[in-house]
Every structure is written in structure tokens, then in C-alpha cells.
Design a protein around this ligand. Sequence first.
Ligand SMILES: Cc1ncc(COP(=O)(O)O)c(C=O)c1O
Length: 444
Amino acid sequence: MCDGESILKKTSGRSAEQEPAVLDPGELGAFVDGFLQRRDVFLQTSRQHGSPLYVIEEDVLRERAARFTKTFRGVLPDVRVYYAMKSNNHPAIARTLVQAGLGLDVSSGLELRVALDSGAKDIVFSGPGKTDEELNLAIENRDRATLLIDSFGELQRLGGLAAKKGASIRAGVRLTTHDGLWRKFGIPLAELPRFLNVAAGSDCVCIRGLQFHTSWNLDPGKQVEFIARLGNTLSKMTPDQRAMIEFIDIGGGFWPAQGEWLQSAGTAESRTADAVMPRSVPALCHYNHPATTIEDFADDIALAVRTHLFPHVSCRICAEPGRWLCNDAMHLLLTVVDKKAEDLVITDAGTNAIGWERFETDYFPVINLSRPGRTERKCFVLGSLCTPHDVWGYAYWGEGIQPGDVLLIPTQGAYTYSLRQEFIKPLPAVVAITGPTAIRGLMT
Ligand SMILES: Cc1ncc(COP(=O)(O)O)c(C=O)c1O
């Protein structure tokens, strides 16, 4: 199975030793209740379109986009928000967010083509190892795309390709934030003045900004720390170099405020082989790494920007949220196909629909919409793939569980749909819900 998300997790910079708190049962109950109150629309969606399904909630996307933008614009003078398409690459999500006024952040030629088709007028393209074909696509669409250059080598190739087309392209440069494997992204901060000097010699590449990205931020600590280091570098640059900077892009990595929910298997005290592949259904213990609200992220980042950056440059601040925007805007609907024991059911979908073994360690409630109940009951809820790692959860919320029951796994919008893979079972179809009740129909 694809390990993309686990790789993000292991390299996030969050200390794996930092133990989570127990997830507040009141908070969890209220979360489940919110979905039970709308069970009719989900059941109707399943009846109308079959099972399994990905369900997109466009209103949630619009609300998130408006709140993120308003929050950052409330504390900084000039802000532009770009949705990071990698977090959920369904074209309808990009289209909805573009219509809500956001730009798009893409990381490949493939994503750039989808972004162009979505009607986006303002696109940033970052990522290591861009091919000549990808650079050419960005050059051809330079009226809509800003290229965030990843290395000195890429600067040289871009200059050569743009010169061949007689074009001049607006660009920025990505800065490395961490050591180790994160060195694959961008150039070291200490190299920034030299990079700007080299770029100033090109007629075809116009450097107008800087970008960095830190991942898996439960609070703004890493962002604030890098902004302080960047301010220190800017303070030592020449006025000409500083004058080139029209934007600073602080990347994404904002964690949704509900925090990171884990099963007991994801915690240090139970990190054993049996916890990851339990023989019997594990205890119902859920944990939470709490996260900061977006308002607090914005306040702390704005203070850091004013303290460390604005004394040296007067520029726009850009952000590239992915997870924060799309996490709550997509859910999974499944159906129980087989009940093999009181504590063991098999569903019609496998976790190839989300592309990785997420629920062995991450916790999300499995809600039985067909037999609604406010009690969580222990049960292996497993998918239909030929691997025992195919786990949806170790419990369900409801009054019993039987073949034919429709299950909801809520808030699966981030780094699941993008990581889906063709493996044994067909992928679920995609349906959109607009407003609390209206089902818009199949989108694939
Ligand atoms: C450059 C860049 N920007 C933005 C994001 C989005 O991050 P998140 O979805 O955590 O907000 C990523 C994720 O990997 C990224 O690499």
C-alpha cells in the first residue's frame, strides 16, 4: 500500500514521543451527533447512487475558504490564499475553491493542467524535480502561473527554456526549512542572496517572491520559527535584493482545530506488533493531539511577520492550506457485506479507497446510519481486500450491525482521495451534496 501519508507523519517534525491527551468523550459524542442528525441525506445518497461512495460537501469547502481568508486578511494587510491541490485532487474541489476566490497551489504538470481547466487565474507551481515538460507548461501559461523554483539547476533550466520561447516568467524561490530528508525541498536560506544575484542576471526569469512550507503543524511554532530565521537573512541582504520581493508564501500545514485523533495503537504505550495487528478487538481508547484554531495560527503568524519580515520588505503574504480546507468536506459511505462474528464485519469497500493503512492508528468514528445509536461498540470493521491491514476501525457507533447496513466514515477529505489506488476492488464513485440536503449526483 502507498505510504505517502505515513511518510508525511514520520517526517512532520512533531515529536512522536509527545503523548496525546485522551479524546474528550463529550467532544466525540457531539461530533457523531452532528452526522446522525443528517443521516437521512446520507442514507438517501447511498440508496440513490449505490455503495461505496465518496461524498463531497461543497458548502463546507466554501465555509472553510471564507473563514481562512477572512481570518488572515483580518490580521495582515495583503493576503492571497492558494488551495494545495495535492491534499485532495478531485477537480470539483479545486473548481469550488476557485469559484470561492482562491488561487491554486500545484506540484506537477498533471495538477497544473487540472488547475488550468478549473478556471484558476492565479496558480503557484512548486515542487522538486520539475521536468522540462512541466517547466514549459508553466512558461506557456505564465499569465496564470507563478513558478516557485526549487534549485540553482532548475533556475538555469527555466532560464534556458524561457529564452527559447522568448518569454519572461514571474517566479519565486523555495527555501529549505529542515535538515535531513527535507533538504530535497528548495535552497538553503544561507544561499538566498547568491540565488537572487544569479537570477538577476537572467532576462527571462523575474524573481518576485519567496516560499517555504512546514508540515503537520498542530500549532504555529515551526512557521513562526522559520519566519524569524528568514527575517534575519533579509536583514543582511542589499536593498536591491529586498526590493525584488513582492510576496512571501508561508506554505500550508495548518492542522484542523479538532486535533489529530488516534487509536490506542497509535500511542507510545501500545506501539507493539499486537497493537498494530491486534488479535482481539482493542479497548475503546481514543486520543487527541490538540491543535490550535486558525484564528490563533493567524495571530501568531501575523505577529511574527510584522516583527521579523515587514521591517525589511513590504510584501504580500501567501498561504497554501490543503488539509485545513478539504479535511471536513469529504466523507466515505460503505455497506456491510458480511458478518462473520458478533465482533467482525466486512464492508464492500477496501482501504485502497484511501490508499494507506490509516485507521490502524488514526481514529475516526465508524457511524452505522442504518441502526443509529449514541453508543460505541467494539467490533472489527474491516474492508474486503486480501490483506489484514485493511481496517476501517475497531468499533462502530450504533445499535447493532448487520449485512446491508450503511456506514459513514466522516471527514476523510485530506490525503485519502488523492492517495486512492486501483487495488483489487473498484474505487468508489463521487457524489456531491450541496447544502444540508440536496444531492447533486455522480461526479465521476
Ligand atoms: C509546498 C506545499 N504547500 C502546501 C501543502 C499543503 O499542506 P497541508 O495540506 O498540510 O496544508 C503541502 C503539502 O505537502 C506542500 O508540500
